[in-house]
Write a protein that binds this ligand. Structure first.
Ligand SMILES: Cc1cc2nc3c(=O)[nH]c(=O)nc-3n(C[C@H](O)[C@H](O)[C@H](O)COP(=O)(O)OP(=O)(O)OC[C@H]3O[C@@H](n4cnc5c(N)ncnc54)[C@H](O)[C@@H]3O)c2cc1C
Length: 591
């Protein structure tokens, strides 16, 4: 079973859910037209389905053999990467001054979904390069930009993101990699990084590492971290590749999934120190890295959407094909495709609804990024920035959590065959697992949401979001369309639950902070369910407005509201009332 890009759903969510069409009409993207958007999506879908998706299985089986410091990617990957980058996909949303196409970030996110659905292990590398481009563009000196940006934008060179060390995972501030000032203004980097995605590979001639390190006189913790650009090959004065820098991959991990993606231990400074160039100011590296991380977090969220979409497609195809048992009205000699059974319908609709809700959240987040980057009105730009900050942890964690659930259901729909590798359902399940862990675990995303994002503008950012969701529900109610069933009532209850939980969290004193942390993950889920439910209803309203075939969108919004939004009340209870019980049950756990 291969992957067919769901262009109708992607296009609709982007244009009418995330309101790209409205933004195009108001001129946010200059002379961009919707015809161009459609053409880009169609071509991305073709490339993802025809060129990249067939590599998924090959990458899983071949892995990334490592010998004498060299990683070999799976057969066909080099050629596919060349085709992909020559198509200009790496620089789709990158600045035109550096060779990019300057198209909307939201359009790029839709394409990133397709690359990841096609082959997550393939797409995770470019995803980091794209995030690195944003960080270098935002924080790099003119010299660094003119030396490296064009080659990163074209994809001729790839970028890596290097935070993690054995003692510094979620706690980035514990990192020990050192940077010493050299007389020529560059730095010498020494240390070890682990779990570095595409730290070494054979897809491109050069690899540009974005490395966090600490200066000798730096303050402790995250306030003493600087960001450095460390190329695998140093450059000659004419820009050609020069000598090998003092950085190398020491080993490659054996993993549960994304086998086609090399995850490397990197050694800096075996021979005196790798040459690195400072990005931004000394000791201000976390702010620069946050630009990269936030882009990557949204992209990992959409990675979850992509893999969930692929699992859903595969499960539906299997359920239509697999015959087992019969319905009461069938003859004893006949057998029915399992798709006729309500429990199978429940599973595949759960897969579809969660995937579409997560897609809606991710694309809305990407549209907030577009508005934050392009709005000329200061107040609108600030509001977009805050919306982006608020939704990024939800986009990342909700989408990757549901990817785990959806790929697991995908196996269940297959029955025993789901457990057998040949069907491919198992690979999707294994691949999806990492997305909830890397780029900041989902637990850390929930903590970020509760402790930092709810405080934006003293609660103004979350209040504005809730107001917007309520106006969607009001419009659904006002439509008086019986096809919505009890959608407005269920969504209203979900929003009430989210509002109460938000107020409760915001009202906690410093002494009660642990209660908030205990409820952070259920709160993020509540946030995702309420937001996703309202966004699906918004899409149904858009379909009604446009006079499209409304039945599927209205029915899906209703299914979500009546089957998932109803969980909001229980989640609210868990957030508000669950903490003390958790603390009591946890007594003695630390011994
Ligand atoms: C395949 C793969 C690819 C990766 N790619 C990269 C990469 O390219 N670059 C890079 O820098 N890193 C990369 N990583 C590392 C990844 O980002 C980390 O594994 C992740 O951030 C978690 O860190 P950790 O593994 O040290 O887990 P830990 O930080 O030890 O966390 C263990 C558990 O404790 C929880 N936890 C930790 N601290 C807290 C806290 N304060 N409060 C509550 N809970 C807490 C976590 O949520 C988690 O559940 C990759 C990892 C893998 C497996």
């Amino acid at each position: 079973m291969t992957y067919r890009a769901p262009l109708a759903d992607i296009g609709f969510t982007l244009k009418h859910g995330a309101a790209l069409t409205a933004a195009v009409d108001e001129g946010l993207f200059g002379d961009l037209t919707i015809d161009v958007v459609d053409a880009v999506l169609a071509e991305a879908g073709r490339l993802a389905g025809e060129v990249i998706a067939p590599l998924n299985r090959i990458g899983d089986e071949f892995g990334t053999p490592f010998k004498d410091g060299v990683v070999t990617t799976a057969p066909g990957w080099k050629e596919a990467y060349k085709t992909w980058r020559e198509g200009g996909w790496n620089g789709l949303a990158a600045p035109t001054e550096w060779g990019g196409q300057g198209l909307p970030q939201s359009l790029n996110i839709a394409c990133i979904e397709m690359w990841n659905a096609a082959a997550m292990a393939f797409a995770v590398g470019p995803l980091l390069t794209i995030a690195a481009i944003d960080a270098l563009y935002a924080h790099g000196s003119d010299t660094l930009k003119s030396t490296y940006l064009a080659k990163l934008v074209s994809g001729e060179w790839t970028g890596t993101m290097q935070l993690t060390e054995p003692q510094a995972g979620s706690d980035v501030g514990a990192l020990r990699t050192r940077a010493e000032r050299a007389v020529d203004g560059s730095y010498r980097i020494k240390g070890q990084k682990i779990f570095i995605t595409y730290g070494e590979h054979d897809l491109t001639e050069n690899i540009i590492h974005f490395v966090l390190a600490r200066l000798p006189d730096a303050p402790p913790g995250t306030r003493g971290i600087s960001l450095f650009l460390v190329p695998k090959f140093l450059l000659n004065d004419d820009g050609s590749l020069g000598k090998r820098n003092d950085v190398r991959a020491h080993s490659v991990e054996h993993k549960m999934g994304i086998h086609g993606s090399p995850t490397c231990t990197m050694i800096f400074g075996d021979a005196g120190g790798a040459t690195g160039y400072l990005i931004g100011e000394e000791n201000a590296g976390m702010a620069c890295m946050f630009t990269m991380m936030n882009r990557a977090r949204l992209a990992i969220g959409v990675q979850g959407v992509g893999i969930a979409e692929r699992a859903t497609q595969q499960a539906i195809a299997y359920a239509r094909d697999r015959k087992q048992g019969r319905t009461p009205e069938m003859k004893a000699t006949e057998s029915a495709a399992i798709i006729v059974y309500p429990d199978i319908k429940r599973m595949v609709l759960t897969m579809r609804a969660l995937t579409q809700a997560a897609r809606a959240i991710c694309y809305a987040t990407a549209m907030a990024l577009d508005r934050a980057e392009r709005s000329t009105d200061t107040a609108a730009q600030k509001a977009a920035h805050e919306r982006l900050s608020l939704l990024t942890p939800v986009a990342k964690a909700f989408s990757t959590d549901i990817a785990n659930e959806v790929t697991s259901l995908g196996i269940q729909v297959h029955g025993g065959m789901g457990f057998i590798e040949e069907t491919g359902a198992a690979q999707l399940y294994r691949d999806a697992r990492i997305a909830a862990i890397y780029e900041g675990t989902n637990g850390i995303q929930a903590i970020d949401l509760v402790t930092r994002k709810l405080r934006l503008s003293d609660g103004g950012a979350v209040a504005a979001h809730l107001r917007e969701l309520r106006s969607i529900v009001d419009t659904v109610a006002a439509s008086n369309n019986p096809a919505f069933g009890s959608t407005p009532a269920r969504l209203r209850e979900a929003l009430d639950a989210l509002t109460h939980a938000t107020e409760w969290l915001r009202g906690l004193s410093d002494k009660e902070a642990d209660l908030g942390l205990a409820g952070a993950t259920p709160y993020l889920r509540l946030f995702g369910i309420a937001t996703g439910g309202c966004y699906l209803a918004q899409q149904a309203l858009a379909a009604l407005r446009l006079g499209e075939d409304v039945q599927p969108r209205v029915a899906l919004a209703r299914f979500f509201a009546e089957n998932f939004a109803v969980q909001a009340g229980a989640l609210e209870r868990t957030v508000i009332d669950g903490g003390p019980g958790l603390m009591a049950a946890a007594a003695g756990l630390e011994q």
